[in-house]
Every structure is written in C-alpha cells, then in structure tokens.
Ligand binder design. Structure first.
Ligand SMILES: *Cc1c(COP(=O)(O)O)cnc(C)c1O
Length: 353
C-alpha cells in the first residue's frame, strides 16, 4: 500500500498547443482571428483596477442580465462560468448522477470522456454515421444523461433542431446537454426549446464567436429548476468564479451586437471560400457550420500533411484516432492566413504528383 493507491488518477484532456512563436499561422484551437469588440477594449482600458481589492459579484448579475436579455430568457435561466469547459464540468457533476451510462458520439469533443472518467460517470459512445451525423435512434434508449455538441466538434457537422427536440422529448428522465460552442457560425440553436423542456441545458461560450478565449467566459441556459441545481453545486465548490474584469468585458461584448454580427459573417464568408478552394485541391470534408473545416485529402495521409504544414509554420489539429486519422481540423483564420495555407497546400500537393 502507498498513498498513491488512494489518489484520484485521471488521463487529462490535451488542448491544442499555444506556441510562444508569434510568426506561425495558428489554426489549431478554433480561436477567432479578429479582436474582441471595440467596446470590450474601451472597458478594459478604462477599468478601475482598485476594484480588484474586492471579491467580485458571486452572482455575476450584470453579465447574467445582459445574456438573459440577449437570449430572451429570465435571469434565473442563465448560469455563467469560467469558459464553457468549467460550466460543462460543473454540469456533468450536477446532472449525470444516476449510475447509468451517459451517451455521446464516438467522434466528438474529447473533453466529454475526460469529465466522465474524472467523476466516475459510466458512458457509452454512439457511432456517428458514415457522413459524421448523429443517429437519433441511438439516443432514444435507457441512459443516465446525454451530451451532444451542435454543431459537432471536430467534424463541424450540424443537425436540425428538430432532431434534438425528438431526443430531448424522448428522454424526460435524463438531462440532455447541447454544447453550442460554434452555433453562431451557422447552427440552429436549441435555446427556443428551453421553455418547453425543463431537462434541457444549452451551453454557449465567448471563446469562439466573441473572440474572447483568453478571458474565459462560458454559460449555460435552461429551466429555472435546472439552473438552480447547477448554481447550488457551484456555490459548493467556488463562489467567486468570474473576475470583475471578465464580468465587465463580457457585458461590453454582449452590448456590441453589430460588431459580433460583422465578424461572425466575415468568418463564415472566409470559411465558404476556403471550402471551395480545398475541394479544388482534392480535399473532402463534411459541410462545416463552424469556424473550422474538418478535411481529408483524397490521396495524401493526414499525418503527413499535418507534419508538412507544421514544418512550414502552419498549425492545425490532427488526431491519430480510428475513423478520423486522415482528417485535419483547420480553424478559419483571416483571408490572408487562409490564402497562405491554400498556397502552401497547392504547392505541396503539386510536388507530390
Ligand atoms: C471550445 C469548445 C468548448 C470550450 O470552450 P471554452 O473556451 O471553455 O468556453 C466547449 N465545447 C466545445 C465543443 C468546444 O469546441
């Protein structure tokens, strides 16, 4: 026996690299290529640092109100945390507590199985179909909870709201979490279903469409009952999750609707152009509704392309996992960045012929 036998052992999630070198084209963590809203910059520049002496508002009221207004919900239907990773971790702890296996796809955000393992929640993976779509029948069976990303990551594939509604309606005894980290780039949000189903929890984040990954803001929306349970767990864990500065900057971002719409539209336009170019170069990919494209080349293996791009200062994401080992997840950068990536690929593939 040793103390080590009594330690909780986990295999942690591995995030995409954050290299020190600023010269690289960084398309490996789905960050937004545009800066946060000008109003966010103004709030940070004018921030009264003396406030940092004080604990922040433990109810995060200003940001909860702004988000409730933005989504047409009551304040009691919104819960804010330190990025959606924090809110998701808290939600797993709160909602997946039955001892029965929770369900999620075989190819999805690779943090879900890490949280399940951390909390000792049993889980079963349901295979996506050959087009990387979920099959709703797979989620209409006995379970301890369901977590689905829509659009899904790393595939970029979105399904219609009606598919999720059927799953939610068929599972009144489980909480169904829909992770909408990328929904602003073209998915169909399940927020309109919140009033109809009190077992639904919808996650969103400021990290992608609001260009604020560095400040760490994510949130959940759901029935008042469900949000109260989530909130009780948070207050049993750490009352002061959101800093003063994050709250102020978050409010400023929500208030700058025009900038949000403009930058999101720019990312979508660049994505659509990049899709056409990648197809021309011999790549295949499911139709992305996100700020990344999950693409495989018809002839050249994923690992080889990943390494060639990296050697040339272009970072994308690649997983050596069954079914997806030939795919690269390429975040959508600026038009200039995508032009460089496409030019490199065109050149590399030409030299292979
Ligand atoms: C990026 C991402 C998150 C987490 O984002 P935060 O930065 O923690 O808000 C959650 N789910 C998916 C599917 C993501 O891609």
């Amino acid at each position: 026996m040793s103390w080590e036998d009594n330690v909780r052992k986990v295999v942690p999630y591995v995030a995409g690299e954050q290299p020190k070198n600023q010269d690289i084209i960084k398309l490996n963590t789905n960050e937004n290529p545009y800066p946060p809203a000008p109003r966010v910059a103004a709030v940070i520049k004018g921030f009264d640092y003396d406030i940092l002496r004080r604990y922040p508002d433990q109810n995060v009221s200003a940001l909860v109100s702004a988000l409730a207004g933005h989504h047409g919900l009551d304040r009691e239907q919104v819960f804010v945390g330190v990025g959606s990773d924090d809110v998701l971790a808290m939600s797993f702890l709160t909602c997946f507590n039955s001892g029965k296996p929770i369900l999620f796809p075989d190819i999805t955000y690779s943090f879900y199985d890490v949280w399940a393992d951390l909390y000792r929640i049993p889980y079963e993976n349901q295979p996506l179909d050959e087009n990387f779509c979920i099959r709703k029948e797979d989620y209409i069976r006995d379970n301890g909870g369901i977590i689905l990303a829509n659009p899904n990551a790393p595939t970029g594939v979105a399904s219609e709201r009606s598919v999720y509604e059927e799953i939610i309606r068929a599972n009144p005894d489980s909480v169904v979490i829909i992770d909408e980290a990328y929904v602003d780039f073209g998915g169909e949000s399940c927020v309109p279903l919140i009033g109809k189903y009190d077992n639904l929890l919808v996650m969103q984040t400021f990290s992608k469409s609001r260009s604020m990954a560095g400040l760490r803001i994510g949130y959940a929306m759901g029935s008042k009952k469900l949000i109260k349970y989530l909130s009780d767990v948070k207050f049993s864990f750490n009352s002061y999750t959101m800093s003063n500065l994050a709250i102020a900057a978050g409010v400023a971002s929500v208030e700058d609707e025009a900038y949000f719409a403009e930058t999101t539209a720019k990312v979508v336009a660049t994505r659509e152009r990049t899709k056409r170019e990648l197809a021309r170069l011999g790549f295949v990919f499911p139709d992305s509704k996100t700020n990344f494209i999950f693409a495989a080349h018809r002839a050249v293996p994923g690992q080889e392309l990943f390494e060639a791009l990296r050697a040339n200062g272009i970072y994308v994401r690649h997983w050596n996992k069954p079914r997806i080992e030939n795919y690269l997840r390429i975040s959508v950068g600026t038009d200039e960045e995508m032009d460089k990536v496409l030019a490199f690929l065109e050149d590399y593939l030409k030299n292979k012929e």
